[in-house]
Design a protein around this ligand. Sequence first.
Ligand SMILES: C[S@@+](CC[C@H](N)C(=O)[O-])C[C@H]1O[C@@H](n2cnc3c(N)ncnc32)[C@H](O)[C@@H]1O
Length: 269
Amino acid sequence: MDVMNRLDEKKFRHVDDLLAFISIYDDAARTQAYLELLRAHAHAIENRVCVEAGCGMGLFSAEMARLGARKVYAVEQNPLMAAVAREQLRQWPQVEVVELAIQEFEPDHEVDVLVHEFYGQFLFDEDLAALGDLRFQPGLVLPDGGALYCSVLPATAYLDDTVTAAALRELQGVLVSGLFAETGEEFQQKALSWQYGQPFAMHQRIDLHGREGDLLAFALEVSHAGHTICRAGECDNWALVWTPRAGDVCEISFIPDEGGHDIEFRWLS
Ligand SMILES: C[S@@+](CC[C@H](N)C(=O)[O-])C[C@H]1O[C@@H](n2cnc3c(N)ncnc32)[C@H](O)[C@@H]1O
C-alpha cells in the first residue's frame, strides 16, 4: 500500500507507518508465534503489570488482558496507530493506551512483563535499540533475543527472466529485501545478534573467506530464551535480504534516524 497524494511531511510519516504496520497482521504465522509465546508465559502475565512497547493495533495487549493481566499499558508512538488501538482495546478496562515513545514512558507501577515486536528485516533497522533506553526495568521481556543469519549461495540457482545476471550486477552494494523467493537453505553464519539487556554492536564485519557462492542472503530470526520464535521466510512479515557478493569481507553499520536506524552496507575487500 502506498500513499499516492501529497501530504505534509509529518502526516505522510504517520500514515505511511500506519499502512506498513497494519499489513503485518496479514502474517498469520507471526501472530500465531507471538500468541503462543504469550500463552506459554500465562503464569507470568496473570495478575501482573504488563507493557506492550509499540502496540500497533493492540492484538497482543488484548491477549495479555485475556490471560488475566492486572494492568496493561499499550504504548504506541504513532498517533494514528494509537487511535486504532484505543478503539480495538475498548472492551478491556485494564488496558490503557499510552500515546508515547516507549523510551519516554514512566509507568506508575513496577512492570513485570514487557512485550515488543521491534525487529527489522535487518534486525536493528526498526526500533530494538529503544529497549536499551527504557525508564523502567521490566522483570521479563518477551521475546528477549534475535539474530541476523547470512549465507552465500549460487546466483545461478536464483536468477530468472526478470532478475538476470546483468540486473544483479547493477545491484552491487545494494541490500534488497525480497529480491528472490525464499530459500529452503539453512542459514548458519550469525552476522548480528541481539539479547535484551546486553549492549550490541552498531558496526559489524562479516567475513566470508572460504565460503563458496556469489550471492549473499540474510535472514532474521526472532528468539526467546534461546528458542526460535519465528524466522524470515517462514513468517512473511520479514523477507530475506539479498545482495550480490562483491568480496570476502563486508561491513554493516546502523545509523540512528528518526524512529529507528538506517543501514549502511559496504564491501571492504
Ligand atoms: C512492527 S509493529 C508491532 C505492533 C504490535 N506490537 C504487534 O506486534 O502486532 C511496531 C509498532 O511499534 C511502534 N513503535 C515503533 N517504535 C516505537 C517506540 N520507540 N515507542 C513506541 N512505539 C513504537 C510502531 O509505530 C508500530 O506500531
